[in-house]
Design a protein around this ligand. Structure first.
Ligand code: G16
Length: 545
């Protein structure tokens, strides 16, 4: 086909490794960075087709492996409203990434073009960015070849956080419409979120400095810029683990994933009782908070705690606004602590639903709600105001100054929340604003409910593809009978719960367990992990307490 005439020539520069097959997983393609050149090149081709299929609306491409080790990299596509790629296209991505020869590649592209009735005369428009990984520049060059091969009108946003790229895509596609989201520039991003934050906290007490562990990633320079734009005593920050220049430091012993998984402070940070701490991950799309009490005991405020804080504040504002027709709901995954779910249902009395792991699944569920708050326990999430909620707010006529204040705060919160995707910087400002408005310390926020002891383990196996799940990933259907073993182990433990699922971002199987006591929880987690190791060809050391 004429439209793919240049593909073979460009593709020859980026041959596919013969022995590797790639899959578009939880957050796009993700594996060892040095193996990804052909895949990223092909994602450039797919981004162009995706834009053409959307009549030339702007599509985003982000080169990042987020929380993964520095040697990994990845790439994902961002749809026109800044949301994750429509799932029906993931199969196309996997097929195109695995075409063995140039001829097969062109044939796979032609299939996509035909299946989606893509008009070749539409000029594709794509924006792209990358994080700080050493493999980023080479992969970016491959992406640029893919974009050039299909005559794409392409713009680079350089090295930015993943949520910033999502924001730019949404801004570009909504410019000049009633849904205009903001200026598609770095200045526009910082001004929007800093401005909304300052509206919410004005007149409250100035908070003490917030200590941020930036995972030695792109969040470090960006959050410093945010604080500079805010230029206010309401946003005093101290950035730790902000070294993006030394090889090997990204996400190493630090960052949101490390802190959540290990339930301990990151490297380089000694926690002073009474101070506030948070960790971003490598591309600043996740955040968790933590503090030390007067006995120097570490306490984690993870995505569940952030979700319940935001949902509570929204619920209270909805009540105070006296507006009929606004309803807050919460989306969680199986990783949500059992006590957080009970708290949302029984104390907050808010509807809650479960989705599969992956922001794309939670986002989709939250879109069905009037005001939907979604967070993964790992700190990845945001909140969405549906068009119906926005219309209700717009039509509201406050009867009292208190109602007017509550409605103003709901608008400010909506402006403060990055509705395109979970965003560590925007979420941080939301948490800081809610704490300032309530006059709470982290310990007071933590009082809402007590987490059940939980443990997250990784097991390396020969082939994680043999693990298949159902029931929002809480039940294994393969390997045969392994779920029976898990059920038997869970039944022995008071308030026990455990599940096993293959990671979509790492070459590992994840095991989650919780129970009434720390000892039972750990015993359950390691027993399940041991069963996975034994029954599925575990590699390396057998998991042991
Ligand atoms: C990505 C996804 C998250 C998911 C996480 C772990 O996070 O965006 O939704 O929870 O991977 O996924 P899995 O358990 O399948 O490996 P990030 O921050 O790495 O982009």
């Amino acid at each position: 086909m004429a439209r793919f005439a240049s593909v073979a020539e460009y593709s020859a520069k980026h041959p596919k490794p013969a022995d590797i097959s790639f899959a578009y997983g939880t957050a796009g393609f993700r594996t060892v960075g040095s193996t990804l050149e052909s895949t990223v090149f092909r994602v450039g081709l797919l981004a162009a087709l995706r834009s053409q299929s959307k009549q030339g609306r702007v599509i985003g491409v982000m080169i990042t492996a987020s929380h993964n080790p520095e040697c990994d990299n990845g790439v994902k596509l961002v749809d026109p409203m800044g949301e994750m790629l429509q799932q029906s296209w993931e199969g196309y991505c996997t097929r195109v990434a695995n075409a063995a020869t140039s001829d097969e590649l062109v044939a796979a592209l032609a299939e996509v073009a035909e299946a989606e009735a893509i008009d070749a005369d539409v000029t594709p428009r794509v924006v792209y960015a990358r994080d700080t990984r050493p493999s980023g520049p080479l992969l970016q060059a491959a992406l640029e070849d893919g974009l050039a091969a299909l005559g794409t009108d392409a713009v680079s946003f350089g090295v930015v956080t993943t949520p910033q790229l999502h924001y730019y895509v949404r801004c570009l596609n909504t410019a000049g419409t009633a849904a205009a989201y903001g200026e598609p520039t770095a200045e526009g991003y910082f001004a929007k979120y800093a401005g909304a934050y300052l509206r919410l906290v004005e007149g409250k007490q100035h908070p003490s400095p917030l200590h941020i562990d930036a995972a030695n990633g792109v969040g470090a320079p960006e959050v410093r810029k945010l604080a500079a734009v805010a230029a206010s005593p309401y946003l005093q920050i101290e950035v730790h683990n902000g070294d993006t220049g030394t090889p090997g430091k990204l996400n190493s012993g630090c960052g949101a994933d490390y802190v959540k998984s290990n339930q301990r402070a990151p490297a380089g940070m000694v926690l002073a009782p009474g101070s506030r701490y948070c960790s971003f991950d490598g591309d600043a799309d996740r955040i968790v908070y933590y503090y030390a009490d007067e006995h120097s005991t570490f306490h984690l405020l993870d995505g569940d705690k952030i979700s319940t804080l935001i949902a509570t504040y929204l619920r209270d504002l909805v009540v105070a606004a006296g507006v009929e027709g606004l309803q807050v709901g919460v989306v969680q995954t199986a990783y949500a602590n059992g006590n957080s779910t009970s708290y949302i249902k029984d104390t907050l009395r808010l509807p809650t639903v479960f989705a599969k792991t992956g922001v794309k699944h939670l986002h989709h569920e939250a879109e069905q709600m009037n005001i939907g708050v979604y967070f993964e326990a790992n700190g990845h999430g945001t909140a969405l105001f549906s068009p119906a909620a926005v219309a209700t707010l717009r039509a509201a006529t406050p009867q009292t100054p208190a109602q007017q204040d509550a409605i103003g705060r709901l608008w400010a919160l909506r402006d403060l929340i990055n509705e395109s995707v979970g965003d560590a910087m925007s979420d941080m400002l939301v948490v800081e604003a809610v704490l300032a408005c309530k006059g709470w310390t982290l310990a007071q926020w933590d009082e809402a409910y007590t987490d059940l002891p939980s443990r997250l383990l990784k097991v390396i196996v020969q082939d994680r593809a043999i693990f298949k799940t159902t029931n929002a990933e809480q039940t294994l259907t393969s390997p045969p009978h392994l779920q029976d073993t898990v059920d038997a182990l869970v039944a022995r433990v008071p308030r026990g719960r455990a599940f096993v699922r293959p990671s979509g971002t790492e070459d590992a199987v994840r095991v989650y367990a919780e129970a009434a006591t720390r000892a039972d929880c750990d015993q359950l987690a390691y027993a399940v992990a041991g069963a996975v190791f034994d029954r599925a060809g575990g590699r390396g050391e057998r998991p042991a307490e």
